[in-house]
Design a protein around this ligand. Structure first.
Ligand code: ZN
Length: 131
């Protein structure tokens, strides 16, 4: 288990979500964990997430507390999330962590600009902060 992800307390996590995922706070629920609200495509993606989970495990930096399958009805994305609001997607049978930069809002996987030690910042912001 790596310690790359900064642990947030509950207040910090709520603030982080509000800043980075404003829609998740909206009154009309944009995200759901209720499988009855998933369509066929989303159920299939949920299956892919669970298959990847069973066969290859969680990403190293993904905390295994309160894991749920979540569907974002606006983006159409289906992903795993947890008590720390970390996000993991499945690709080619494996789960990978999906990050959001707390500085500029950039989102992506490790290859998509989060190849630094502090996954709460994208590579660009990380370099700015550490130069
Ligand atoms: Zn950034």
């Amino acid at each position: 288990m790596s310690n790359l992800t900064k642990k947030l307390n509950e207040e910090e996590a709520k603030e982080y979500i509000k800043n980075n995922f404003p829609r998740r706070e909206a009154k009309e629920e944009i995200t759901t964990t209720n499988l009855a609200e998933f369509g066929y495509r989303e159920i299939k993606e949920a299956k892919d997430l669970l298959t990847a989970y069973v066969e290859n495990g969680l990403p190293d930096d993904f905390n295994n507390e309160e894991i749920t399958i979540m569907f974002n009805k606006h983006s159409g994305n289906v992903f795993l999330t947890n008590s720390e609001y970390q996000v993991a997607f499945a690709s080619e049978g494996k789960l990978y962590s999906f990050y959001s930069c707390s500085e500029c809002g950039h989102e992506g996987s490790e290859e998509e600009g989060f190849n630094n030690e502090d996954k709460s910042l994208c590579d660009e912001c990380y370099e700015k902060e550490n130069s």
